[in-house]
Design a protein around this ligand. Structure first.
Ligand code: LMR
Length: 396
């Protein structure tokens, strides 16, 4: 069966970390995968997470299966973080949540749910987007299309082309939007642009699917949810795939959620039942630990305050690195204006480096960034800033 197989291509993001690990160069720098590092280059376990884990270790009484949709307390905490406790979507009960293995698990379940209910729906992805998006929805059996997103000339959002593309989507198609900290560009719609996108989606009868993986890394936990909340319409349907990999640093615990917003509480419950059918044949029910940690932290006022402060620290360090990156590039003699990097939000900088320059960075300087020119700012430190900016200056 496997004898004549040709080699599978490496993953465009995780494959780079595999190559990085094999690289013997002692000066190597990995700015590919979106993982936060502190000033000393470590990816720490948050103190709020450690405290919750200690409590769980003492109080956990069973390793019995969770239900197919996961912990109810986790689902409620997710919805309140996404929409706010007082939001109509939460108070009406017309949102239902399934705990999933990471945001990727949520996206796959969402894809399979759409495929089961509306098999002819196309999923519209931003150009560019996270490289895994296309693979996930294709694997779920859906057709994928793209809408323009990034305007290289202005280093901003191509809002008019984006809206014209949505005008061409068929009613019932799915539009995937990044709630904040767009991956890979770091360019997000303004509040006015969110309104225009929301109005077009509503008028065209499209289904918004919001990928929310970086809540708190842009401008703040609540501020980063403004786009999602702008998409909420009375009785309007919506899917949200969220993740706690980044803002809780729970990468390897695989903690995510699919939240289904339906016209009514009864419709949400029914839709969740169909999502549960997809889950059962995929991974049966979710892993418990990460969800229990998140639910414990969010339910405890002291731990929650500690976590919010830790998110603010991560956000502040990323923004400080953005500024230092732009300053250091200039100090190393780079003439091109990179000040637009300071306007981008979240973990990533979309540098504008070409695939040839990205390859040269890796081959000649052992600096690993994603082929699109995406650089993980959250992996920059004061210690690696000099060498990395020198390498970029050299390939430019
Ligand atoms: C990224 O874009 O680097 C992260 O979302 C990690 C991943 O799974 O690709």
């Amino acid at each position: 069966m496997f004898e004549k197989l040709s080699t599978a291509p490496p993953d465009p993001i995780l494959g780079l970390t595999e190559a990085f690990k094999r690289d013997a160069n002692p000066r190597k720098i990995n700015l590919s995968v979106g993982v936060y590092q502190d000033a000393s280059g470590k990816t720490p376990v948050l103190a709020s997470v450690k405290a919750a884990e200690q409590r769980l270790l003492e109080s956990e009484a069973t390793k019995n299966y969770l239900s197919i949709e996961g912990l109810a307390t986790y689902g409620a905490a997710v919805r309140e973080l996404l929409f706010d406790r007082e939001h109509e979507v939460v108070r009406s009960g017309r949102a239902a949540t399934a705990q999933t293995p990471g945001g990727t698990g949520a996206l796959r379940v969402a894809g399979e749910l759409v495929r089961a209910i509306r098999p002819t729906a196309k999923v519209w992805l931003s150009d560019p987007t996270w490289p895994n998006h296309g693979g996930i929805f294709t694997a779920a059996g859906l057709e994928v299309a793209t809408y323009p997103y990034y305007d290289a000339a202005t280093q901003g959002l191509a809002i008019e082309s984006l809206l014209s593309a949505l005008e061409k989507a068929a009613a019932g198609d799915v539009v995937l939007l990044h709630a904040c900290c767009h991956n890979p560009t770091g360019v997000d719609p303004t509040p006015e642009q969110w309104q225009r996108i929301a109005q077009t989606i509503e008028r065209r009868g499209l289904l918004p699917l919001v990928d929310f993986a970086y809540q708190g890394f842009g401008d703040g936990l609540s501020e980063d949810a403004a786009g999602l909340r702008a998409l909420c319409r009375p009785g309007g349907e919506l899917l949200v795939c969220s993740s706690f990999s980044k803002n809780f640093g729970l990468y390897n615990e695989r903690v995510g959620a699919l939240t289904i917003v339906a016209e009514s509480a009864a419709a949400a419950e029914t839709a969740l039942g169909h999502a549960k059918l997809r889950i059962r044949t995929n991974y049966s029910n979710p892993p418990a630990h990460g969800g229990a940690v998140v639910a414990s932290v969010l339910a405890d006022p002291t731990l929650r305050a500690q976590w919010e402060a830790e998110v603010a620290t991560m956000r502040g360090r990323i923004n400080a690195m953005r500024r230092l990156f732009v300053e250091t590039l200039a100090a190393k003699g780079v003439k091109r204006d990179f000040s637009f990097l300071e306007r981008q939000r979240g973990m990533f900088s979309f540098s504008g480096l070409t695939p040839q320059q990205v390859a040269a960075l890796r081959e000649q300087h052992a600096l690993y960034i994603v082929g699109s020119g995406r650089i993980n700012v959250a992996g920059m430190t004061e210690a690696n800033m000099g060498p990395l900016c020198e390498a970029i200056a050299a390939v430019l």
